[in-house]
Design a protein around this ligand. Structure first.
Ligand SMILES: Cc1ncc(COP(=O)(O)O)c(C=O)c1O
Length: 478
C-alpha cells in the first residue's frame, strides 16, 4: 500500500475508472505502433473524449489573436494581426491591474468580464435582466458546480443533503457529487422519448430518497451529456414547477447551449423560462446556471474559465458563495479574457467578423454532420439502436449485448460494455466510452461516442466500428 493510501482513507475507495483503463490501453497501443509493432490500423481514433481541440477542432482565430496581443503587448503594433483584434486586446489589457495578464484579478473575476457576461445573458434571454454582481468566474464550470454543491451539503444520515442526478449522467458527475459530500438521488431519463426528463421519474426518485437523505437540489444537463437531448419550454417549465413544489435548488449545466443541431429545436435557458413564468417562480426558485469556455464552439478547455450565474440566492449565502468560489484567489486571466471574447464576439461590420462566422459555422456543421452520420450508421447495425441527438457533443446508442459476450465479461470480472470497448480498441483501434460510466443500470448497455472529431476521421471510425460489430455478432450470435 502506498503512503498516500495509508494517510487518506477516501483514496482506498476509488477504483480505476473504465475511462482511465481504456485511455491507458489506447496509449499503450499507440506507443506499440510508434515502436513498429504491426497492427491492422495505423493509429488509434479516440471518439470518447469531449475535449474539442484534442479531438482535432481548430481554435477560433479571433480568440487566439487577441490573447496573443494580451500576452505580448508589442504585437499591438503588428499589422499582420487584424486591427479589431489589436484594439480589443488593448481594451482588455486596460481593465487588468498593471495592464497585464500577469496580475491577479478580483476574486469573483474581472469586472469588465462579469459585466459583458451579464449583457450576453440579457441578450440571449430576450431581455430578462442579468446582473454582474450575480456572476462568478471560477476556473471552469465544474469547479463552480463543486462549490455550489458544497454550499448545499450539510447534515448526516437521513438529514444529509441529497442531489437529484440524471441517469445517464455526465461521467464525471457521480464522483463530483461524492467528493462534495452529498447523497446521489438518481432519476431516470426516458430513452423511449429521446432521453426526455420525465416528471413521474422525478417524483419516483424523490420518493425513493425518503428516509435516506434530504433532497435539496436537482442537477440538469441541457443540452444533455451524454444523451444529446435538448429540453423544450414545456419540459423546462415542468422541472421548474417541480423544483418550486419540492423546494429544490436548480443546478443547470448549460455548457452546450451553442450546439443544438436538430431543426426546429432551440436552446432556451432555465433562467429565461423561470422569469417568464412570473414572480411566483422568478422571485423564489433558487437557480445556478453554468456555462464554460470548454464548450463545443470555443473548445478552450485548457484555458480554464467558466461562469456561474446565481439567482434568488440569499444574500448571506451569496457572501459565503463568494468566499468559497474565490478560494483560488484568481481564475487564470487569459481564460477570463477568452470568456469575454466568447460572449462578445466580433460583430457584423467588424474586420474579423467573416472569419469568425466561418469558423463557428464550420464547427457547428461538423457537429451536425457527425451526429447525423453516427445516428444513421448505428441504427443500421443489428443489435444497436440510437435516439437522435438534438444537441451537445455525444450520441448514446443502446447496445443489445450478445449473451455470450456478457458471460465472457462475467468470467473476466468486467462490465460487458467495457469488454466491448476493450475489444474494439484492440481489434480496430477505436476508443469509445462505456455506458457503465454514465450510470447505466444492469444489463442495459450503451456506448458514448463524441461527435467533435473532423468528419473524415469520424467516417473512418464508423467503418472500423461497423466491421468490429458485425464480426462480434458472428462470434457471439444473439
Ligand atoms: C456536462 C459538462 N459540464 C461542464 C463541462 C466543462 O467543464 P469545465 O468548464 O470545468 O471545463 C463539461 C465538459 O467539458 C461537461 O461535459
Amino acid at each position: 500500500m502506498s503512503s498516500l493510501q495509508q494517510v487518506n482513507p477516501r483514496v482506498r475507495g476509488i477504483r480505476a475508472s473504465p475511462h482511465r483503463f481504456l485511455q491507458r490501453l489506447s496509449a499503450d497501443i499507440q506507443r506499440h505502433i510508434t515502436q513498429g509493432v504491426q497492427k491492422p490500423f495505423q493509429e488509434v481514433i479516440d471518439i470518447s473524449s469531449g475535449d474539442p481541440q484534442y479531438a482535432g477542432m481548430k481554435p477560433i482565430s479571433f480568440v487566439r489573436q487577441v490573447l496573443a496581443v494580451c500576452l505580448l503587448p508589442d504585437l499591438l503594433h503588428d499589422e499582420n494581426l487584424p486591427l479589431d483584434a489589436r484594439l480589443r486586446a488593448q481594451r482588455l489589457l486596460q481593465c487588468c491591474d498593471g495592464e497585464s495578464v500577469g496580475s491577479y484579478t478580483a476574486s469573483a473575476g474581472l469586472c469588465l468580464v462579469q459585466q459583458t457576461i451579464a449583457e450576453f445573458i440579457t441578450r440571449r434571454d430576450a431581455g430578462v435582466p442579468s446582473y454582474s454582481s450575480n456572476i462568478y468566474i471560477p476556473s471552469g464550470s465544474q469547479r463552480a458546480l463543486m462549490v455550489v454543491i458544497k454550499l448545499l451539503a450539510r447534515g448526516d444520515g437521513e438529514m444529509r443533503t441529497g442531489v437529484l442526478m440524471p441517469l445517464p449522467c455526465p461521467h464525471t458527475l457521480p464522483m463530483l457529487l461524492d467528493e462534495a459530500g452529498v447523497k446521489l438521488v438518481p432519476y431516470h431519463l426516458r430513452e423511449d422519448r429521446g432521453w426526455a426528463v420525465d416528471l413521474d421519474e422525478l417524483k419516483a426518485a424523490l420518493k425513493m430518497a425518503g428516509g435516506r437523505c434530504e433532497p435539496r437540489a436537482i442537477y440538469i444537463s441541457n443540452p444533455g451529456n451524454p444523451t444529446g437531448h435538448v429540453q423544450d419550454r414545456n419540459s423546462i417549465e415542468k422541472v421548474i414547477q417541480f423544483a418550486e413544489d419540492e423546494r429544490l435548488f436548480l443546478l443547470v449545466d448549460e455548457v452546450y447551449q451553442d450546439s443544438v443541431f436538430e431543426q426546429d429545436r432551440e436552446f432556451i435557458s432555465y433562467k429565461r423560462v423561470l422569469f417568464e413564468m412570473g414572480p411566483e417562480y422568478s422571485e423564489t426558485v433558487e437557480l445556478a446556471s453554468f456555462h464554460s469556455l470548454s464548450n463545443s464552439i470555443m473548445g478552450e478547455c485548457g484555458l480554464r474559465a467558466g461562469y456561474v450565474e446565481l439567482v434568488n440566492v440569499d444574500p448571506a449565502v451569496m457572501l459565503f458563495a463568494e468566499t468559497l468560489l474565490c478560494i483560488d484567489i484568481s481564475t487564470p486571466v487569459t481564460g477570463q479574457l477568452a470568456l469575454e471574447l466568447m460572449v462578445n464576439p466580433p460583430k457584423l461590420g467588424d474586420l474579423s467578423y467573416n472569419t469568425y462566422m466561418q469558423e463557428v459555422l464550420f464547427n457547428q456543421a461538423t457537429l451536425t454532420e457527425n451526429a447525423q452520420r453516427l445516428w444513421e450508421s448505428l441504427n443500421g447495425l443489428p443489435g444497436m439502436s440510437c435516439q437522435p441527438a438534438m444537441g451537445g457533443i455525444y450520441v448514446y446508442p443502446r447496445l443489445n449485448m450478445p449473451p455470450g459476450m456478457v458471460d465472457q465479461a462475467e468470467m473476466l470480472g468486467m462490465e460487458p460494455d467495457v469488454l466491448y470497448c476493450q475489444r474494439l480498441l484492440e481489434e480496430e483501434g477505436v476508443l469509445v466510452g462505456a455506458g457503465c460510466e454514465n450510470g447505466q443500470e444492469d444489463r442495459n448497455y450503451h456506448l458514448r461516442l463524441c461527435v467533435l472529431v473532423p468528419s473524415p476521421t469520424l467516417q473512418e471510425a464508423v467503418k472500423r466500428l461497423t466491421s468490429f460489430h458485425l464480426r462480434l455478432l458472428a462470434r457471439f450470435p444473439q
